[in-house]
Design a binder for this molecule. Sequence first.
Ligand SMILES: Nc1nc2c(ncn2[C@@H]2O[C@H](COP(=O)(O)OP(=O)(O)OP(=O)(O)O)[C@@H](O)[C@H]2O)c(=O)[nH]1
Ligand SMILES: [Mg+2]
Length: 441
Amino acid sequence: MNKTIVAISTPLGSGAISIVRMSGNDALKIAHKFFAPLKKQKIVARKMHLGKFDLGNNFEKCMMVYFPSPNSYTGEDIVEFHLHGSTALTQLIQTKLIEAGAVLAEAGEFTKLAFLNGKLSLDEAEGIIDEINSESEAELRIALSSADGKLKKEIKEQQEILKNVLAEIEVGLDYPEETEFVDLKNSIIEKVSQVYEEIDKIISYSEQTKLIKSGVSVAIIGKTNVGKSSLLNALIGEEKAIVTDIEGTTRDIVEAKIDYNGVRFNFYDTAGIRDSIDAVEKIGIEKSKRMLDIANIVLIVLDASKKITKEEKDIIEKLKSPHIFVVNKSDKTRVLEKQKEEIEVSALANKNIDILKKKIFEKTIGDNINFNATTIANERQLEILKQAKIQIKEAMNLRDESIEILSLLIKKIWQTLGKITGETENEDIISLIFSRFCVGK
Ligand SMILES: Nc1nc2c(ncn2[C@@H]2O[C@H](COP(=O)(O)OP(=O)(O)OP(=O)(O)O)[C@@H](O)[C@H]2O)c(=O)[nH]1
Ligand SMILES: [Mg+2]
């Protein structure tokens, strides 16, 4: 039996308006139990009706709109109530609708229905999730290009190439006496290599995209008192971290974010590294060392007025992530030895901070962002593409195998790619994807 679902589709809290939405066969019938247009006119499709919602003892004056199937977001009948923005009111109305037969929607259920009814492809749906969750401008632009179904189109093209290859093989096997198998194999492998190139390109753009979406994490590491906290404050243009001339001022990680060229950068100011006997400071120093491995880039802060120490050399040796040497306190007389690819700054005098930001951008994101490239919506899709890439590589090395084995592998690649367009995907994964939505979307 087809159920009618209901949810509050706007964030909870007070605001100008809130929307409660129903989708399903009974949406209009349930709506009629409570809502009557002020002028008693008939409900017309896709038109806002001003009316009264019967709450039992009193009425809520609100707007109602009806989208009949199939021309709605979910493809089913949809009714929306546009109410005054109050949590108590929207919850009361939702309860009334449930009492009258609607069922509370699960997270992402509206968009899941849209997918199941052919209104959206899987990657368009995932793009919508990201759009809702995006925090920076770059993130939003990527989500929009994905919501546009660009990735799906691109992957479909590749699937099409593979399908044609499979057809070619079929014909070859049906007419073996007329087929030159060596030529056939060469031609297959050439086409599969083209698919490889395409997938590889998408993967490398996606790695950039991933960084943009998660935000770039930048760890500020160094000895005590070199000016790490001062540098954090200069980078974000705000006095967020405590600065003193006492060694060991920062004990825990101080986090701050900025938007630079449309990308989110998360800075982590850490406890200065030294041999400390203080138990709390020791924990902080352990955290700092861990940041060395997990950050996308590390700023190694050194004091221009002092010679490099053994502790600092030890930190530098352990570095795995990309890094930049930041020589701070450049307003003082230089004593420090020259470092590789260093940037001289003065956190105190705000000198060269912009140059440092630019350098961080270049070393993590690259020269520029390719917004028009086909991008990947999320980790799941990226994993699928990487899996497909391995399978294609395998196929390309199968020159000596029989054509039947090659054909089996190409079918497998085709199915792997189908997990992105949703064509070969199973129920479980689809449910998992839609559970990432909030209820009401
Ligand atoms: N002359 C000069 N002094 C600076 C500069 N940057 C920071 N300082 C001073 O250096 C001292 C230490 O600065 P902090 O930013 O607290 O240093 P930190 O590395 O965070 O220190 P810990 O948290 O103790 O590890 C303070 O007195 C700052 O005013 C600079 O560019 N030039
Ligand atoms: Mg500090």
